[in-house]
Write a protein that binds this ligand. Sequence first.
Ligand SMILES: Cc1cc2nc3c(=O)[nH]c(=O)nc-3n(C[C@H](O)[C@H](O)[C@H](O)COP(=O)(O)OP(=O)(O)OC[C@H]3O[C@@H](n4cnc5c(N)ncnc54)[C@H](O)[C@@H]3O)c2cc1C
Length: 429
Amino acid sequence: MESRSKKSVVIVGAGIIGLCTAHYALKKGHTVTIVERGNPEHDMASLGNAGMVVPSHFVPLAAPGMVSYGLRTMWNPESPFYVRPRLDRDLIAWGLKFMRSATAEHVARSAPILRDLNMLSRACYVELARDFGNSFGLVQRGLLMLTRTSHAFEDEKRAALQAHALGIPADIVTPDEAARIDPGLAMNINGAVFFPNDCHLSPADLVHKLTREVQAQGATIQWNTEVTSWEANKAGAMDRVKTTSGFIEADEFVVAGGVWTPQIARQLSARLPMQAGKGYSLTVPNLPKQPRVCSILVEDRVAVTPMGNTVRFGGTMEITGLDEQINHRRVLGITKSVTRYFPEYTPNIFDGISPWCGLRPCTPDGLPYIGRLIGHKNVSVAAGHAMMGLSLAPVTGLLMSQVLSDEVPAVDLTLVAPDRFNNRTITHH
Ligand SMILES: Cc1cc2nc3c(=O)[nH]c(=O)nc-3n(C[C@H](O)[C@H](O)[C@H](O)COP(=O)(O)OP(=O)(O)OC[C@H]3O[C@@H](n4cnc5c(N)ncnc54)[C@H](O)[C@@H]3O)c2cc1C
């Protein structure tokens, strides 16, 4: 396809990744249409998440210890990680790839790119907050990794040293020092690691602001419109997508469909292994005591984020397919852990609070898919960010805008190439 500087771009999905891609593509002067199957009020992972921007998260989900952790906790109905065993070809293939990726070498290879992506994204957030009058509540006060046991504290101390080696600031702190960092709420802990560069924000306010902004900048959003198939021209380039409201033509297409991305791309013969990692959150308003900084309850893998006059508690990674049912036993696991770490919070703070659930798009190696598909030069993928989708959304949008403009991306995209598992399969056969 001929390279043109200003192009028409169709983005599939109005989640945080699609919206950020639209924002940065518009800044480059492209014409943008977002196709979203939901209505303007539809729910999605991008809304109820914990809102953390996390340069501290340089270890991908596929890391040593995760497989044995999953097997150990499988029989505990309140555990924060669960894989429902199913005789499903995609799940088995994904699981094998996950196991192959969960090595120290993979973590060492992935950590620098996750650091670079997260740091650049954080800088984008500071810029967006400035440009949007911080209407999405960006708070730059850091994140506390709270531990209750000496074993977990030792693990976190080791992670802090790894962070230092990568140039990421991380302070090992005593319970008294943690209390000085966050005097808002008493903590029942053994020690903590403080990551001063992490931030938090209100994801729903961000999504709504970006939705309005991209439209004000000239993007069209076609709500209630599902992409169902693709049509190539004689030269083999895609020139239109078929949707439930008819065909839409464009020079470039970006699939940002969250956990549904493999379904959307299947017809393109692109294999994008992905499993849904279901998580829950509970948002409690008007608590008499509120934390000032966000935290992760390390042993129980629960995220705690102050958001305006509410506190959001999020957690659980259930690999149970494209299933959005709420498992109340696991929600109970989250609420119990909150009361263990924060003695001023009693179980009744959750009375009458409805749990929310969302599906994280999880790749087998814990790295997102960002970039063009090899087989279809004008189709790109921006998806698979698992538990870092909000954090990495602006940098993903920025990188996609560079790809669409045929510029050299600010971060080398080799490790996040969407076709990386196709290549591996081809070499094996
Ligand atoms: C409990 C929980 C806590 C989390 N906490 C954090 C956090 O603190 N920090 C962080 O960085 N991340 C966090 N995440 C992860 C984050 O929420 C996700 O990674 C992110 O929202 C994914 O965004 P997305 O745009 O890829 O997908 P989505 O938000 O799922 O959006 C995809 C969109 O594509 C649309 N779509 C799908 N198929 C089609 C089609 N065929 N045609 C048209 N439209 C289509 C869908 O309707 C949807 O609107 C958390 C997730 C959960 C569940």
